[in-house]
Design a protein around this ligand. Structure first.
Ligand SMILES: [Zn+2]
Ligand SMILES: [Zn+2]
Length: 125
């Protein structure tokens, strides 16, 4: 299976996801804004298909009753959102090369975006 390789800023945590992972989803919820410093752009990846290297530096944080999130303990790069009970893990798209063969397919919770940014109200790209 062809994969896309990514890493955190310091290079300690490496990730590999299938090239056919779903397109980029952008979340505008309050948790993402606080935790990512902005909207969170992510790829939804089947849990079993995600490969992670440097796992010793992956730090988990229970961001709500519904999900936990991960960051690199060395450089602080945001890595994952892991919704409890979901077959998919959301992988930060910023870990990958800027020439990703994927595009934004959806905006989530555009109604809670900060008022300095105006995402499409219908959630479309
Ligand atoms: Zn790092
Ligand atoms: Zn969010």
């Amino acid at each position: 299976m062809e994969t896309i390789e990514g890493s955190c800023h310091c290079g300690t945590v490496k990730v590999s996801v299938p090239i056919d992972a779903a397109g980029v989803v952008v979340c505008h919820c309050g948790d993402c804004q606080k935790l990512h410093g902005n909207a969170f752009a992510m790829l939804a990846v089947e849990r079993a298909a995600l490969r992670v290297g440097g796992e010793a530096e992956v730090r988990w944080y229970d961001s709500s009753a519904k999900a936990r999130r991960a960051f690199c303990g060395r450089c602080g790069s945001r890595l994952f959102k892991d919704p409890h009970g979901s077959p998919k893990v959301l992988v930060s798209v910023g870990l990958f090369d800027r020439h990703l063969p994927r595009r934004v397919i959806k905006h989530v919770m555009p109604e809670t975006a900060p008022d300095w940014y105006a995402p499409p109200v219908d959630g479309s790209p």
